[in-house]
Design a protein around this ligand. Structure first.
Ligand code: FES
Length: 167
């Protein structure tokens, strides 16, 4: 049973400076705490949408850690992105259970339907397509995530409904 897709906030957009100031403040607040880098990166990505180099640099400065450490984490974890993403990020699980139950076919179908490769974003910035490792929903494979919503037992029919919900 999947939950409803989140609604996008429709209040006024923050300026670039405001976003960076908020990220800087968050990093200051987390400085010195265990596991702070991952938490700050999550929050920064939620604020900025992705993690370009200048945002990583800001975080490194405020947490007083090397940029290489920040860069290593952002590039290691697939849920961090250094490139702008679409309004909807569709992630298809390619863990073993999902793979054998059609995960690869889902990737192929989405790639054709959206006209982008894995890792790509549609020109209108509506959709990004990614793959991920097991998210622990193997019993109801194949699983697909749309932003933060997990869709289970995805079949072609369900895939079309997902696309309609996002349109
Ligand atoms: S393999 Fe996809 S949820 Fe576990």
């Amino acid at each position: 049973m999947e939950t409803k897709l989140e609604h996008r906030c429709e209040c006024g957009e923050e300026t670039e400076e405001e976003k960076l100031a908020r990220i800087a403040q968050i990093a200051e607040d987390f400085k010195g705490q265990e596991g702070s880098l991952i938490q700050v990166l999550h929050l920064a990505q939620a604020i900025y949408g992705y993690l370009p180099l200048h945002v990583q640099q800001l975080i490194a400065e405020r947490l007083e850690i090397p940029l290489s450490e920040v860069y290593g984490v952002t590039t290691f974890y697939s849920f961090f992105s250094t490139k702008p993403r679409g309004e909807y990020t569709i992630r298809v699980c390619l863990g073993t259970a999902c793979y054998v139950r059609g995960g690869a076919e889902i990737v192929k179908k989405l790639s054709q339907q959206l006209g982008i490769e894995v890792g790509g974003t549609t020109p209108d910035r509506k959709f990004s397509l990614e793959v991920m490792r097991c998210i622990g929903a193997c019993g109801l494979a194949p699983a697909v995530m749309v932003n933060d919503t997990v869709m289970r037992q995805v079949n072609p029919d369900k895939l079309n409904r997902i696309m309609e919900m996002c349109s």
